[in-house]
Design a protein around this ligand. Structure first.
Ligand code: GLP
Length: 261
């Protein structure tokens, strides 16, 4: 895994948005894997601004989100479809037909998971997968002990996640206890991954994911197996990393990152 450290939250989000923009420019029909959560809101705001100001063109892009809660309608303000329409799709020139999230209200959830995997394959696989990380190390909703080769499926949410995400619901009891999520194996098949994490409260789990052993107890540690994964983190989230000077050196000196200085 390649680790890129940025001074603060805004710079980490800006670097992520610029990497996505570069990928969209070099392949207009890019298949983009998307994530939700507070961290991504700034990235989406920046992409919307690039679309408006620099004419970054999403008209041919196709997107696949990592996950969706079971039982929530698209119109429900706490659904991830609602989040995506609000923060990104409604603000860029993407064709909504080309945006995909699992349907958490499908009658047959197992069939829906298979359909979702097939759709990703039909699109030729994911070119660039954006990822956040939960306090328990989840990517998507791959909670601890998710098999490292798991595919899109229904996953019961861990108590930590319920605690962390129930703030978005009017009462904790309203929060669904299950979600459809791409599997760890699905994520590992993407051609490139970008993991974005900011803030001191992510420092412990980031150190375990990046420098710790690969374990299904921390799903994000499976990214160490990915062919091309870049972790972009701010100084606060980097606090517990051992090889921090090496990572700083890479950003300053490796040719790939020159254009982002
Ligand atoms: C949710 C999503 C994850 C995301 C996480 C991070 O749980 N299912 O994909 O990584 O939020 O959230 P935040 O950015 O708010 O810390």
């Amino acid at each position: 895994m390649e680790v890129i450290i940025q001074s603060d939250r805004q710079s980490a989000c800006l670097l992520t948005a610029r990497m996505i923009a570069k990928a969209v420019r070099s392949k207009p029909d890019l298949v983009l894997g998307l994530a939700t959560g507070r961290t991504m809101e700034t990235v989406y705001e920046l992409l919307a601004e690039m679309c408006r100001r620099d004419k970054l063109d999403f008209s041919k892009c196709r997107t696949f989100n990592l996950d969706e809660y079971v039982g929530l309608a698209e119109t429900d303000e706490t659904s991830y479809r609602f989040y995506m329409n609000k923060h990104l799709f409604g603000r860029i020139n993407i064709d909504l037909k080309n945006t995909h999230l699992p349907n958490g209200r499908a009658k047959d959830l197992k069939e829906e998971c298979e359909r979702y995997e097939a759709k990703i394959n039909e699109a030729g696989g994911i070119d660039l997968q954006l990822l956040g990380i939960g306090q328990d190390g989840h990517i998507g909703f791959n909670e601890p002990l998710s098999a490292l080769r798991s595919r899109t499926r229904v996953k019961a949410l861990a108590p930590d996640t319920v605690r962390q995400n129930s703030q978005f619901f009017s009462s904790p009891a309203d929060m669904p206890r299950r979600a459809i999520t791409m599997g760890v194996g699905t994520i590992l098949e993407s051609k490139r991954c970008v993991l974005l994490a900011t803030g001191e409260n992510k420092a412990g789990i980031i150190a375990r994911a990046i420098e710790g052993p690969i374990t299904s107890m921390v799903s994000a540690s499976a990214l160490q197996l990915h062919q091309h994964c870049t972790a972009i983190i701010d100084e606060m989230a980097a606090l517990k990393l051992e090889k921090i000077d090496y990572y700083r050196w890479i950003f300053k000196n490796e040719p790939e990152w020159e254009e982002y200085q």
